[in-house]
Design a protein around this ligand. Structure first.
Ligand SMILES: Cc1cc2nc3c(=O)[nH]c(=O)nc-3n(C[C@H](O)[C@H](O)[C@H](O)COP(=O)(O)OP(=O)(O)OC[C@H]3O[C@@H](n4cnc5c(N)ncnc54)[C@H](O)[C@@H]3O)c2cc1C
Length: 299
């Protein structure tokens, strides 16, 4: 039996040699050596002691809805919070939530309790931790507007940090600069409202997504950030790439900023299509497109 596997298993459900393609919405990615779902904060702390002791690489992922993983083997530990870090506590207009909770489930729960503020998030297929990391948003709202403080594990300590310390910006947060900090929970400031009107807004937005996004194929949402003064999809349309295929990857006909894993795309094929778009957009518009999704485990 693998010694590290045995030790990790003491602190959380642990799996070995499992494809990252099964842990990402894009359904792309090579095998990871260990996948561990810590059972609690204390268990997480001990998992990190093991990571240090054995000098292992690690990566915390949520629902993998913003990741383009390479097809290479990841010889390290994937830490997932979406099994045991799911608690939510609601006190009047405040929600305290653990980071592994799905942001969609949380939006629905808030709606049922008549709490407004998460309507924008009802179609974002990530976790609370991933949404804070990315400052995820839609319809001109984002996480930064409701986060009051964030419960973080950093430098071997658990602490609450205030929203001001999070340095939120457009799809930006301080966590992107401090990849070793783990988001474990957050306190959200909601607004008291009524279930009926919240549910109406959520339904309208759901319908808008269904009408405008290709939700029937694996994707990682919008691939490129909107550059200043432009919509990324318009630039991609402008270079004639709507529906463009490269191997198993394809620019969506429905929404040009979605690149789909249309037919068992390899990570390389997907990346080549992304890079081709960047080059053509630069050539035609002199605009540098930047990816919104994150590349993981590329050499
Ligand atoms: C169909 C579709 C629609 C989408 N629509 C939107 C949208 O409208 N708006 C939007 O902003 N995004 C959208 N996205 C992208 C994505 O869902 C969001 O960025 C989401 O917030 C990512 O969350 P996740 O839990 O899946 O994070 P992952 O993709 O698993 O991880 C993303 C990054 O966050 C880090 N991370 C995750 N959890 C933690 C944690 N607990 N502590 C520290 N770091 C952590 C990871 O290490 C990684 O660097 C969409 C994606 C899809 C597939």
């Amino acid at each position: 039996m693998d010694e590290i596997f045995e030790k990790l298993s003491k602190y959380g459900l642990t799996e070995m040699d499992k494809p990252l393609s099964s842990m990402t919405t894009l359904r792309i990615g090579g095998n990871a050596r260990y996948i561990v779902y810590p059972k609690s904060d204390v268990a997480l702390d001990f998992i990190f002691r093991l990571i240090q002791e054995y000098d292992l690489q690690y990566k915390v992922i949520g629902k993998g809805s913003d990741l383009l993983c390479s097809d290479d083997y990841f010889d390290g530990v994937i830490i997932r919070l979406d099994k045991y870090f799911l608690d939510t506590y609601i006190d009047e207009d405040e929600i305290v939530v653990q980071a592994g909770c799905s942001i969609i489930s949380l939006a629905v729960e808030a709606m049922k309790k008549g709490l407004s503020g998460l309507e924008f998030a009802s179609g974002i297929p990530g976790t609370v931790g991933g949404a804070i990391f990315m400052n995820a948003g839609a319809y001109k709202s984002s996480m930064s507007e409701i986060v009051k403080d964030v419960f973080v594990y950093r430098n071997g300590k658990f602490e609450w940090i205030s929203v001001d310390e999070c340095e939120f910006g457009y799809r930006k947060s301080i966590f992107q600069k401090n990849r070793d900090w783990i988001i474990l929970g957050a306190r959200l400031q909601m607004t008291l409202s009524d279930t009926k009107s919240i549910s109406k807004v959520m339904e309208e937005r759901r319908q808008r997504r269904v009408n405008s996004q290709p939700l029937d194929y694996p994707s990682c949402g919008s691939v490129f950030r909107n550059p200043e003064n432009y919509n990324a999809w318009e630039l991609i349309d402008g270079i004639g790439y709507r529906g463009k295929r490269h191997g198993g990857a394809m620019v969506s006909e429905k929404h040009c900023n979605f690149i789909l894993n249309y037919d068992n795309a390899s990570a390389q094929e997907y990346l080549e299509l992304v890079n081709e778009i960047k080059d053509k957009v630069k050539e035609k518009y002199d605009v540098e497109l930047k990816t919104e999704m994150e590349m993981f485990n590329w050499k």
